[in-house]
Design a protein around this ligand. Structure first.
Ligand code: AMP
Ligand code: MG
Length: 489
C-alpha cells in the first residue's frame, strides 16, 4: 500500500502568476540522511510514523513527486530598517500544501534546497548547525503554546558548505499555514504591481481570514487581523523571554507566527537589554525593543497596503496594537503568577518583580518555575535565585500576601496546591537554552543525532516534570550565557 495514501496535497500558491514566484527544482545534496523526523506531527497529516528512504527521497527533492510543484516565492522587506527590494526565497522552496487531520492546509517548505533566482550572493544552502536550531526551537515554541511555524523533519548530508569554516549542508522541512510575509505586500507596493497586490490580499483573505468577507471593508479587517495576531505573538515572546534576533519585515508572517529562526535566544538572566544577535551592533532587536519593532514593522506593512486601505483605517488598526499586546501580556503574566483576579496594587507588584529580577540577574525561567512549586519546595528556593536575599524575601512576602486574596469563580479562596498546579502549566521547567542547543549541535556535527532527538522529545512537554531529564532544567553554565550567535546560517 502506498505510504502516501491518506495524505492530501494541493498547491494553491502555484496557481498564481509568475509575478509571485519562480518554479525551480531542488538541487539534491550528497548522501542525504535523516537527522530527525517529527513522528507526532507526521501522524497529524497521515504520514508514516517512521520515515524511511521513500519519504526522504521525496521530501529532499531527490525524486520527482507528482503533487509537488517546487517554487521560490518573491518578496522584499525592510532589513534593520532599510528597504531591500531584492529578497525572496534564496534557499528554500515551497513544495506543496498538505492537509492536517483537522482540515487546515499547511505549506511544505524545504529550507536549504539550493540556488534560486533570489539567492543573490548566497549558496542556496543551510548548514546543519542552523537547521538543528530551527528544528528544535520551532518545536520548543509549539510545546510552550507560542504561535510558530513547525518542523516536520530534518536531514543532513555530505555536501560541503562553507561558512566561517567548512560545514555540511542540511535540509529542514518546515510546515506553516502560510509562508506569506509582510515583505510580500511590500514587494508589490514598491514595484507598483498593484493588481497583483490586490490579488494577494484577496487570496490571503480567502485562505486565512475568510471572516473578513462578511464586513464592509475586508482589506481593512484583514490588516486588523494581522495587527492582532502580531500583538499576541509578541506578548508571548515578552512573557516567555524569547528574543527573535532578526525582526526584519521579511521574517514576519502575516499570521503572527514566530518565523525564520536565526540567532534567537531565550533569556537566561533577566536582562531587558538582551541582544541575542551578535551582528545587531545597535541593539535594534534587543529583547525589550521587540514590541516597538513589531509596531514599526506593522507600520511598514500599513504603508505598503495604502493603495488598498484608507489611511484612517490603517491608523485605527495600528492604534489597537499596544492595547492588544498589553492585554495579552497581562493575561499571560497573571497566569504565570497565578493571579487571575485584579487588585489595585497589582501593577506595583509586577513592577517590583521585574526590578528585582533585573537587579539580581535572576534566571527568568527558573524564577517562575520555583514560584510555581511553592506547594512542594520551600520559599528559600526562590530567594536563593537572587543575590539580594532581603529584597527577594520582601517581594515574596508581598506576593504571598497577595495570593491570599485570590478567589476562584465560586468566590472560594484558592488553595496553594491548586494555584501552583495551574501555574506549572504556565511556567515551563524546560526551555531551549542556547547552550543546550549547542551541545546537541556539537554531537550532531560528529554524526550523533541522539541529543537533538532527546531535546526535541523533552521540549514537546516543557511544563511536565520529567525527572529522568532533570539536568536539562539546570541553570546554564557561564559559557552558555555568553554565547554569541551570528546571522551566519
Ligand atoms: P534570513 O536572514 O535567513 O532571513 O535571509 C534573508 C534573505 O537572504 C532571504 O531572502 C533568504 O532567502 C536569503 N538567504 C539567506 N541565506 C542564504 C543562502 N545561504 N543562500 C541564498 N540565499 C540566502
Ligand atoms: Mg528570512
Amino acid at each position: 500500500m502506498s505510504i502516501w495514501k491518506g495524505v492530501r496535497f494541493t498547491h494553491r500558491f502555484s496557481e498564481l502568476s509568475s509575478a509571485f514566484f519562480t518554479n525551480i527544482a531542488p538541487q539534491p545534496l550528497d548522501n542525504t540522511r535523516w537527522v530527525a523526523w517529527n513522528r507526532e506531527l507526521a501522524l497529524q497529516f497521515g504520514l508514516p510514523e517512521h520515515a524511511g528512504d521513500e519519504v526522504l527521497n521525496v521530501f529532499s527533492g531527490q525524486e520527482d513527486f507528482a503533487p509537488f510543484f517546487p517554487l521560490a516565492m518573491k518578496y522584499a522587506g525592510h532589513q534593520f530598517g532599510v528597504y531591500n527590494p531584492d529578497l525572496g526565497d534564496g534557499r528554500g522552496l515551497l513544495l506543496a500544501e498538505m492537509q492536517h487531520k483537522d482540515g487546515t492546509w499547511f505549506d511544505i517548505h524545504l529550507k536549504g534546497a539550493g540556488l534560486t533566482p533570489y539567492s543573490r550572493m548566497g549558496d542556496g544552502r543551510a548548514v546543519l548547525r542552523s537547521t538543528v536550531r530551527e528544528y528544535l526551537c520551532s518545536e520548543a515554541m509549539a510545546g510552550l503554546g507560542i504561535p510558530t511555524t513547525r518542523a516536520l523533519g530534518m536531514m543532513d548530508s555530505d555536501t560541503p558548505v562553507y561558512r566561517e569554516k567548512m560545514e555540511y549542508g542540511a535540509l529542514l522541512i518546515r510546515l506553516a499555514e502560510t509562508h506569506i510575509r509582510f515583505g510580500h505586500f511590500e514587494h508589490f507596493f514598491y514595484t507598483n504591481q498593484l493588481s497583483e497586490q490586490k490579488l494577494l490580499a484577496d487570496k490571503v483573505i480567502e485562505w486565512h481570514f475568510p471572516q473578513c468577507l462578511a464586513v464592509e471593508k475586508p482589506y481593512a479587517e484583514m490588516f486588523e487581523c494581522i495587527v492582532d495576531k502580531t500583538a499576541v505573538m509578541i506578548a508571548y515572546w515578552q512573557a516567555y523571554g524569547f528574543a527573535h534576533g532578526v525582526m526584519n519585515t521579511d521574517n514576519m508572517s502575516i499570521l503572527g507566527q514566530t518565523f525564520d529562526y536565526g540567532p534567537f535566544g531565550f533569556l537566561d538572566d533577566y536582562d531587558p537589554n538582551y541582544i541575542c544577535n551578535h551582528s545587531d551592533y545597535q541593539g535594534r532587536y534587543a529583547f525589550e525593543q521587540q514590541p516597538r519593532v513589531a509596531l514599526w514593522n506593522l507600520s511598514a506593512l500599513a504603508h505598503a497596503l495604502s493603495p488598498l486601505i484608507e489611511r484612517e483605517d490603517l491608523e485605527a488598526a495600528l492604534g489597537k496594537f499596544e492595547v492588544r499586546l498589553s492585554q495579552k501580556f497581562s493575561e499571560l503574566m497573571r497566569a504565570k503568577l497565578g493571579l487571575h483576579t485584579k487588585v489595585s496594587d497589582d501593577g506595583r507588584l509586577f513592577e517590583t518583580m521585574f526590578e528585582l529580577l533585573h537587579q539580581n540577574k535572576t534566571d527568568y525561567t527558573r524564577f517562575f518555575r520555583e514560584l510555581s512549586c511553592l506547594d512542594i519546595n520551600s520559599p528559600q528556593a526562590v530567594i536563593d535565585l537572587c543575590i539580594d536575599r532581603e529584597a527577594a524575601s520582601a517581594w515574596l512576602d508581598r506576593y504571598l500576601a497577595r495570593c491570599e486574596l485570590e478567589v476562584d469563580e465560586q468566590g472560594e479562596c484558592v488553595s496553594v496546591e491548586s494555584r501552583c498546579a495551574k501555574m506549572r502549566q504556565a511556567n515551563p521547567k524546560y526551555i531551549l537554552r542556547n547552550y543546550l542547543a549547542q551541545l546537541a549541535i556539537d554531537k550532531a556535527e560528529e554524526g550523533d543525532f541522539s541529543e537533538v532527538n532527546r531535546l526535541a522529545e523533552l521540549l514537546k512537554r516543557p511544563y511536565d516534570e520529567q525527572m529522568e531529564w532533570d539536568e536539562y532544567a539546570k541553570l546554564p553554565p557561564e559559557w552558555g550565557k555568553k554565547m554569541e550567535i551570528s546571522c551566519s546560517s
